[in-house]
Design a protein around this ligand. Structure first.
Ligand code: HEM
Ligand SMILES: *[C@@H]1O[C@H](CO)[C@@H](O)[C@H](O)[C@H]1NC(C)=O
Length: 508
């Protein structure tokens, strides 16, 4: 009996030892191949971590605490530091000089893997998520769609939708009630972006049960959760918790909606191409972004129908939440700074003289002070608080060599609070953006729309949309809040962390 046991042991021992040695060898190879990367990364300052786990335990906290933690660490380790998320390094940049090296480069335009969570919704070749190889061609194709002439015709849409928002807010604020303004704003920007992108009304503000609107909101929440909660990034976990099924059903709603619109507009477009010339009497409908995309892809050679769908979904996503978050914080700051609010009113009154008309491009240009307030709001609360890139080749910053394939986070939120560029950085001061006060600033010290080749293609229409909120139809006076100051968590509005409660009153 004993002898047999020993024989068994022996038989098992041999393959066991082979497996073990193989494993050891593999680890050695793995270690050896990473040796250079680890050595280089570890030269950077950063919080100390554990072997293998790195700083993973430090970031395994409630997601609402992640953002404040990031700020704390940035304050301690300066404009460029590393953290180890397990065995993966992350280099966090919050200095203008360091950010410039990455953002101004034509090479480092590859987005980091976190953007991959957008792929199911926005595809893999859409402008926002496109990789370094397919991006240049797409960008070139889409740039003319953001021409001022195109945008000008949208001012009427922004006006109409914002008048509706002001009216809805007015109803909700009746009797001095506190209102969470964000849901109103986001439904308004969604209405505006859908009308300008797809040329159709989705009635987000009027129809509280729109399946499409609900799906847009929910999908965004899902993606954001995934970007922030590390274990949700594993497909197995994501699916096991039922999120996979949820996502599939949302995608079905989202894609079938936009696909149907693309089909409809394409039919219309083709009809017009066929009959257009001899049918000049018929009033031409306003062109939506989608129509321009169809024009560019008339023969399907450049953009397939599915690619057009991707870009439309992308515009809806990129265009509505960013603007909603910006308006949300702008209103908050106006409430907190009555003296600035009074000056904004004064400026708008001098332009509109009590009229309810839509703003013109000319008007927008003369809103100097208002524009500086918007800029200051985007400095303090950038809608996109961080940007992720992955290095396509080694790069040297401040004498540190950072190896190819490293993920870089540009931390706009902290970058905008550099006291050497913006003295007393927490203070709301729109005059920072007066020409005489911004002349000596580093060009990358203020980058709410990112900068360089992969900056925001929508920053122009954004400005238009923003500045056209009409002042006359019952604008807000005075700000209020529920409990503490809302704290910025870097969660875009959809997460609901950044609620701004306001008490609104009609202007006399
Ligand atoms: C307050 C408003 C907005 C802010 C703060 C903002 C900010 C940004 C930022 C920071 C980026 C770079 C993101 C990155 O590198 O990961 C970006 C890219 C982009 N934005 Fe915006 N954005 C705004 C409004 C809009 C609007 C209204 C549209 C379109 C209708 C738009 C379309 C895009 C697109 C298509 C990209 C990708 C550009 C590319 O990769 O070539 N954005 N935006
Ligand atoms: C915004 O739209 C969503 C989805 O249709 C709806 O549930 C919500 O009530 C709307 N919010 C406001 C304040 O209109």
């Amino acid at each position: 009996m004993a002898g047999k046991m020993r024989a068994d042991d022996g038989r098992w021992w041999v393959p066991g030892s082979v497996t073990l040695s193989l494993l050891a060898l593999l680890m050695l190879v793995w270690y050896w191949r990473r040796r250079r990367m680890v050595r280089l990364i570890n030269k950077l300052p950063g919080p100390p971590g554990l072997p293998l786990l790195g700083n993973a335990l430090d970031v395994n906290i409630d997601i609402v605490d992640l953002f404040p933690l990031g700020c704390l660490v940035t304050r301690e380790f300066g404009p460029m530091f590393k953290v180890w998320l397990g065995t993966t390094p992350l280099v966090v940049i919050s200095g203008a000089k360091q950010a410039e090296v990455i953002l101004s480069s034509q090479k480092h335009i590859q987005k980091s893997h976190q953007y991959g969570f957008f792929h199911p919704w926005l595809g893999t070749t859409g402008l926002f998520v496109a990789n370094a190889e397919t991006w240049p061609q797409r960008r070139k194709l889409l740039t003319p769609a953001f021409h001022l002439k195109v945008l000008e015709q949208f001012l009427e849409v922004f006006h109409r939708q914002s008048v509706k928002m002001v009216q809805k807010l007015g109803e909700a604020a009746e009797g001095g009630k506190l209102v969470d303004v964000f849901p109103f704003i986001t439904n308004c920007t969604l209405d505006a972006i859908c009308e300008t992108t797809m040329g159709c009304s989705i009635n987000a503000q009027d129809d509280p049960e729109s399946e499409y609107v609900e799906a847009v909101h929910r999908m965004q929440q899902l993606i954001q959760q995934r970007m922030l909660i590390v274990w949700l990034q594993l497909d197995v976990v994501f699916k096991a918790l039922g999120y996979g099924k949820q996502q599939e059903s949302l995608l079905k709603t989202l894609h079938s909606f936009t696909r149907a619109i693309v089909k409809k507009r394409r039919k219309l477009f083709e009809e017009q191409r066929r009959y257009g010339a001899d049918n000049t009497a018929r009033k031409k409908p306003r062109l939506a972004f989608l129509d321009l995309l169809l024009e560019y892809s008339a023969d399907g050679a450049v953009l397939s129908e599915e690619s057009v769908r991707e870009e439309v979904d992308l515009f809806v996503f990129a265009g509505h939440d960013t603007t909603a978050v910006a308006i949300n914080w702008f209103l908050y700051l106006m409430g907190r700074h009555p003296e600035a609010q009074a000056k904004v009113h004064e400026e708008l009154d001098s332009i509109f003289k009590g009229s309810d008309r839509a703003a013109t491009v000319e008007d927008l240009r003369s809103m100097r002070y208002t524009e500086n307030c918007i800029k200051e709001a985007l400095r303090l609360f950038p809608s996109v608080p961080y940007i992720g890139r992955v290095l396509k080749e080694d790069v040297t910053i401040d004498g540190y060599l950072i190896p190819k394939d490293t993920t870089i986070f540009i931390f706009n939120y902290a970058l905008h609070r550099d006291a050497s560029e913006f003295p007393d950085p927490e203070k709301f001061d729109p005059d920072r953006f007066l020409p005489e006060n911004s002349a000596n600033r580093h060009p990358f010290s203020y980058i709410p729309f990112s900068a360089g080749p992969r900056n925001c293609i929508g920053s122009d229409p954004f400005k238009r949309e923003f500045s056209s909120r009409p002042p006359a139809s019952g604008a807000w006076g005075g700000g209020g809040k529920r409990g503490d100051d809302p704290s910025f968590r870097g969660g875009v509005g959809e997460t609901g962390w950044d609620s701004v409660w306001a008490r609104l009153s009609k202007r006399m």
